[in-house]
Design a protein around this ligand. Structure first.
Ligand code: SF4
Length: 204
């Protein structure tokens, strides 16, 4: 496994942020299983989790106005570092021409942090994108392999809490490799929570 300090990397017109490698899941499709990076990036396995000073220094070298979105994503679950997300989002908002700020999450931030984190995240982010991955609990648990036994309901509660804030756009995503009936079941779940379903292609 190659390590580096790739704190940010470009994907198309977006800038992705890689703040942690921690994650409570072991998704069968996780890109970490097959590669040290994503979309041609340098390795995303971090030598250590970057401090706020290191993140700021990295971002200060970027012209953030060039990007459509800045995305908290990376090689791990960003809500393992909720405080860092909030601090970085506030820092970016303080700069000129801050683009849309999006969080890509497995939706398990409440279980990771032991408290509800929806409100504080929706205060500083524009889009919350939750990986739904499957249309039934059995499928979800089989594909996502989370360490929390109640992950499926916890992920949905987080999503509904985000919707209720009325502050961020809330998306749930699935990948188009799952069967059509799973996609339809996923759509029903997303809509029941007040979120919009996004069906991604595998390499997006
Ligand atoms: S939640 Fe994301 S980082 Fe974690 S195992 Fe699944 S795909 Fe990988």
């Amino acid at each position: 496994m190659k390590k580096s300090m790739t704190i940010s990397y470009e994907v198309g017109k977006n800038l992705y942020l890689n703040l942690t490698n921690r994650c409570p899941c072991a998704c069968t499709f996780c890109i970490r299983n097959n590669s040290d990076g994503a979309y041609g990036s340098d390795p995303l396995w971090l030598d250590h989790e970057p401090s706020m000073d290191e993140i700021r220094e990295n971002l200060d070298q970027r012209d953030i106005s060039r990007y459509d979105e800045i995305v908290f994503c990376g090689f791990g679950e960003p809500t393992e570092r909720v405080d860092a997300i909030i601090a970085v989002a506030e820092y970016l908002r303080g700069r000129e021409n801050c683009p849309v700020l999006r969080l890509n999450t497995n939706g398990l931030g409440d279980r990771i942090n032991g408290r509800s984190v929806a409100a504080e995240l929706c205060d500083v982010l524009d889009i919350i994108s939750v990986s739904l991955n499957a249309g039934t609990e059995d499928e979800y648990m089989a594909v996502t392999r989370p360490k929390f036994h109640d992950a499926f309901s916890a992920m949905q509660k987080f999503t509904a809490d985000c919707v209720r804030t009325g502050k961020a756009k809330v998306i749930m995503s699935v990948v188009d490799v799952i069967p059509a009936e799973q996609i339809e079941a996923s759509r029903r779940i997303a809509e029941s929570l007040g979120a919009v379903l996004r069906v991604r292609t595998y390499d997006e």
